[in-house]
Design a protein around this ligand. Structure first.
Ligand code: RM4
Ligand code: MN
Ligand code: MN
Length: 446
């Protein structure tokens, strides 16, 4: 049996390196197994799990209904608070952001919408709507969530909706109201709100008063939503405020959303949590309370790092997807959640990083779809701890990539989206077109 398990792991390694496969065979296997046709392909419970036809169908169905939104800002030059790193191929206009996002959708097939940041993508507000509508048509996308920007202008030094100055609160509200109008005209369902509001030093602001102002502002904004629109309230523990943040965690976001109205929900940005926080528990609670509106996916090692989804802790993302799939299985209804990416790739090539992200999302979603809910529920009720955990991990350990490739091909998509993008020549073309403009960009922050 021992030699059989080695064959199984060696087979799973084969795709990654034929030479490693040969070395393993030479070193570890008895001569007969090397040439014999008796090498079993499926070895249950040992090494990488090999999928059955039924599992492949489950993955196919799961991916048919999986979509994830791209952030326009993920294609532009970004950096840290110490400076921007300029990339020759970065998008410099809204049109270029649409074009780059269109590439990601073209090769992956699961990103039909693009999130827009109002000040960055529609600098003239409502007047830019027709141009954005045209870009969406040209690049085969739809406008996704609309993100007002109440953190960039000088006037927001001490906050926006929670600013002690009524004049500034009014200005922030007006911007949000015009963002709602933009969302309406673009046919966008979600108004996605993130506030930088907070303070840096103890005693300098009245935390309770600011809470009331924020609540008042959100309620007033909510009243302008159309019936089918939603307001998503995002939270973040710190940065740019370093002492207190007015919407610092999911409890505060939940409270604001509830007091605004039934179409206000919480947005979970995976990077916006303290170390060690159990994000899937937050997700489970919000699902149970019918208060989960959507996600901003990214990964983090320390704080709001905006790293590639699943690059640090793929099991965390799997556990989040698992909670959602389990909820859907138990309730028999689809969770009404907007999956979105919120990443700024400072060092990686932006389009490639986004394709890599989308592939990671599909893989982790497909793995979560493989959890045997019936079996898991039985094990949970018996408190069969080892078996229940193994049930979860079996799904996580399954190599779903062959099934994803099959799914892609069945849709007329390339089996390997990264390779297809690289072969397309798009990157070379935009690098030529944009390099000069990008080299003129300012990279320092001081
Ligand atoms: C924030 C937050 C918001 C995003 C801005 C740019 O940290 O994640 O969602 O719009 O960054
Ligand atoms: Mn975010
Ligand atoms: Mn963030």
């Amino acid at each position: 049996m021992a030699s059989v398990s080695i064959v199984a792991s060696a087979i799973s390694v084969q795709a990654r390196g034929a030479s490693l496969f040969r070395i393993m065979k030479r070193r570890l296997l008895p001569p007969r197994a090397l040439t014999g046709s008796r090498i079993p392909v499926i070895v249950k419970g040992i090494g990488a799990q090999v999928i059955s036809n039924q599992q492949a169908t489950t993955i196919h169905d799961a991916l048919n209904s999986f979509q994830i939104e791209l952030p326009s800002w993920g294609f532009a030059n970004t950096g840290t608070r110490f400076g921007k790193f300029i990339q020759p191929a970065a998008a410099t206009t809204t049109e270029e952001k649409f074009s780059d996002a269109g590439q990601v959708h073209r090769w992956t097939g699961v990103c039909p919408t693009i999130a827009l940041h109002v000040l960055w993508d529609l600098p003239n507000g409502i007047a830019d709507v027709p141009a954005v509508q045209q870009l969406a048509v040209t690049h085969g996308l739809r406008a996704g969530s609309i993100n007002p920007n109440t953190f960039q202008d000088q006037v927001y030094k001490y906050g926006s909706l929670a600013n002690p100055d009524a004049q500034v609160r009014r200005e922030a509200l007006d911007h949000i109201l015009s963002s709602i109008e933009i969302a309406g005209r673009l046919g966008s369902r979600d108004l996605s709100l993130w506030f930088a509001d907070g303070s840096n030093y103890p005693g300098t602001q009245n935390i309770r008063r600011r809470r009331q102002w924020m609540q008042e502002g959100l309620k007033t904004a909510y009243a302008s939503l159309a019936a089918q629109q939603r307001m998503l309230v995002e939270y973040k523990p710190f940065e740019p405020a370093f002492y207190h943040t007015d919407i610092a965690d999911w409890g505060m976001a939940l409270e604001y959303a509830r007091s605004a109205g039934p179409n206000a929900k919480v947005l979970v940005d995976t990077g916006h949590h303290y170390q060690g926080q159990n994000i899937e528990q937050i997700v489970a609670w919000l699902l149970d309370l019918n208060m989960l509106g959507g996600f901003h996916f990214n990964d983090r090692r320390y704080a709001d790092d905006d790293l590639t989804m699943g690059s640090i802790d793929p099991y965390q993302v799997f556990r989040i997807f698992h909670e959602i799939r389990l909820f859907e299985w138990e309730t028999g209804k689809r969770a009404d959640i907007a999956y979105m990416i919120d990443q700024s790739h400072n060092l990686k090539g932006k389009i490639e990083a986004m394709i890599q992200t989308v592939s990671a999302a599909m893989e982790l979603y497909a793995k979560a779809a493989l959890v045997d809910h019936e079996k898991l529920a039985g094990l949970q009720s018996k408190c069969a701890l080892v078996d229940a955990e193994t049930c979860l991990k079996d799904a996580f350990s399954t190599d779903v990539r062959p099934a994803i490739r099959e799914w892609a091909q069945s849709k007329g998509l390339p089996a390997d989206p990264m390779d297809a993008f690289r072969q397309s020549g798009y990157l070379e073309r935009i690098t030529n077109e944009r390099a000069q403009r990008n080299s003129a960009a300012v990279s320092s922050y001081a």
